[in-house]
Design a binder for this molecule. Structure first.
Ligand code: HEC
Length: 150
């Protein structure tokens, strides 16, 4: 029995490893969807950000549903720099990330993560810190961003 339990523990930790979030280092060559600047430092989404989607998920983004397994989004957040009457992107602060994974049942069938500027995983409780807000978009498979046709 003990041995069985040990095997189960090893298997479940392997399963956890298999689905560990991986920094999507090529995200800047994906499809750029939109950008936004939130200059208020007190706002939870403060910064300059861009939304990128993997090409294979673009149709689902346009349709608002049907994301294929493994589809990814990446959202880099930058500081907001005011200089000489211009509002510019400052240094990178973090990259928010989602990946379609039907095994992630507690978080809407997506894996969630935040990476620091070096691509290292940041400590975030993704269920309360990410999914709780995205849950509002259940009818669009928890994705906020919409494709602008023009
Ligand atoms: C307070 C609500 C809120 C929280 C908390 C939040 N998000 Fe989002 N997220 C948004 C909104 C709103 C957008 C759309 C941004 C836009 O339109 O430019 C978004 C967009 C995204 C996108 C692009 C796909 C989409 O849904 O549009 C990803 C990826 C993402 N968030 C990941 C995360 C991760 C990872 C966390 C936790 C570390 C997180 N979010 C926490 C509100 C939130």
């Amino acid at each position: 029995m003990k041995q069985l339990l040990a095997v189960a523990v090893i298997l479940s930790s392997l399963a956890a490893l298999a689905s560990a979030p991986t920094f999507p280092k090529d995200y800047r060559s994906w499809q750029h969807v939109k950008g936004m600047v939130i200059p208020d430092k007190k706002h939870g989404l403060y910064g300059f950000h861009h939304v990128y989607v993997e090409p294979k998920a673009l149709k689902a983004l346009k349709d608002g549903k049907g994301y294929p397994e493994g589809s990814q989004f990446a959202v880099p957040f930058y500081e907001v720099k005011e200089e000489g009457g211009m509002t510019q992107q400052g240094p990178l602060k973090m990259v928010a990330w989602m990946k379609r994974d039907k095994a992630a049942k507690d978080t809407g069938g997506w894996q969630w993560a935040a990476f620091d500027p070096d691509g290292k995983l940041m400590a975030v409780d993704v269920k309360t810190g990410c999914f709780s807000c995205h849950e509002a978009k259940k009818d669009r498979e928890f994705v906020f961003t919409e494709w602008a046709d023009k």
